[in-house]
Write a protein that binds this ligand. Structure first.
Ligand SMILES: O=C(O)CCC(=O)C(=O)O
Length: 248
């Protein structure tokens, strides 16, 4: 359970580090599972939690569910799941695995209520050197920023993709998305977090966040990220529109 101070901190800053979401055994089990089951590179399946029992168990973990219920004051529904592993620099040609440019999740996952929350879980010790999570405190109160496509290839992957969107009335349209990067962000505002394995960060769909390349020569940066909406929220992207309750 979050304390009133932690809740207030979340609402003030738009993010909160939560310790002990997963035990060391749970972290090891997940990492070992991914090492033997995962194809190389970016995992494009954002719905593993719907058809992989191990992933489902992590997405609906009661420690996460309890925190989200408190913050959202509603039942959370899982939208998507991602495992984000960055190799150390020694294992790649140039820098280590790239990061995701600083963005707001609602750019990628627009919803009808504008509500969305992430639970980003460290599956290795993470920090500034190995490309840990960065956040911009308070940015969740500043509305949606304009963006451009990620520019610095040594730090960030760049891509474009067209998604099919559908509203509640069945009206469909296409929307081009790309590796969003916030326009004109003051780098001084970016806070590089230290998050140990098993701990996590919850953050609002409007909180600016992302990460940089892994500059460590030996240490992997591993994270498991889930995105949720409160029950009753409509997700426009058809590929992740079928949400899953965390309970039942
Ligand atoms: O892990 C990262 O590098 C960034 C994660 C992220 O952008 C997210 O979870 O929404």
């Amino acid at each position: 359970m979050l304390t009133p101070d932690q809740l207030a901190q979340y609402h003030r800053d738009g993010y909160l580090v939560v310790h002990g979401l997963f035990t060391p055994d749970e972290v090891d089990r997940f990492v070992a599972y991914e090492q033997q089951s995962k194809p190389e590179g970016w995992n494009e399946d954002l719905r593993r939690h719907t058809h992989d029992d191990l992933w489902r168990g992590y997405a609906v973990n009661p420690r996460i569910a309890e925190v989200l219920e408190q913050v959202l004051e509603a039942d959370p529904l899982v939208v998507q799941s991602m495992y984000l592993e960055k190799k150390p620099a020694a294992e790649t040609a140039a820098t280590g695995g790239q990061g995701i440019a600083l963005h707001q999740d609602l750019h990628y996952l627009p919803t009808d209520t504008g509500r969305l929350i992430a639970c980003w879980c460290a599956m290795s010790d993470t920090d500034a050197e190995n490309g840990g999570l960065c956040v911009v405190p308070g940015s969740h109160t500043e509305g949606m920023y304009t963006t451009h496509k990620a520019e610095d290839a040594s730090e960030h992957d760049a891509w474009e993709f067209e998604y099919t969107m559908r509203d509640r009335d069945g009206r469909e349209w296409k929307e081009k998305m790309y590796s969003f990067e916030i326009e004109g962000l003051d780098p001084e505002r970016v806070l590089r977090l230290d998050v140990p394995a098993g701990s996590g960060v919850i953050f609002d769909g409007q909180t600016i966040h992302g990460s940089f390349a892994n500059r460590s020569h030996t240490r992997y940066r591993r994270a498991l990220a889930f995105h949720y909406v409160p029950d009753g929220t409509w997700v426009y992207r058809t590929d992740v529109q079928e949400t899953m309750p965390v309970e039942g």
